[in-house]
Write a protein of this length. Structure first.
Length: 157
């Protein structure tokens, strides 16, 4: 089985630390299904892969304080800051926008990540859970034409 995504190198921790203090308001819990995408397999707590291992989804609770955006405008107002942070980490094709998922406003980032194992397309959803940032990060090889990519796009966006 191939696990797609060099998780230790994604901007989940470093970026979250830099974003501390920039997010505001009240947090609400995020409820995820045990198997968030049908027919995906849980590989470890918070890590799922498509049946063939060509796509992955990682849920991570961070220690950075993040409060819920009260509306689309508040989320959209923060999107440029997140986009700048991702560009600063040398990701390419970065697009960030507001999204309403799991009963709250958050941000969805899409970008390309260049790693020793190859190029990856990343979808990263930023939400708040109990006052802390939580990311849901989807990963697949760049240019992969596979139903798992469609499943990730539908689930995260």
């Amino acid at each position: 089985m191939i696990l797609i995504g060099p998780w230790q190198n994604l901007p989940m921790r470093g970026l979250a630390v830099r974003l501390a203090g920039l997010l505001w308001l009240i947090a609400a819990p995020l409820a995820l299904a045990a198997a968030p995408i049908p027919n995906w397999k849980q590989q470890a707590p918070g890590l799922w892969t498509s049946a063939d291992g060509r796509c992955a989804l990682k849920q991570q609770q961070l220690t950075t304080h993040m409060k819920i955006f009260p509306n689309r405008a508040a989320a959209a107002g923060f999107a440029p800051a997140l986009q700048r942070q991702l560009f600063a980490q040398h990701f390419t094709g970065v697009v960030v926008g507001p999204i309403y998922r799991f009963g709250q406003w958050g941000l969805l980032a899409y970008y390309h990540y260049h790693a020793a194992q190859g190029d990856f397309q990343i979808w990263q959803l930023y939400l708040s859970r109990k006052g802390l940032a939580e990311t849901l990060t989807g990963s697949a090889r760049a240019g992969l034409q596979d139903p798992c990519v469609t499943n990730l796009e539908r689930y995260l966006g």
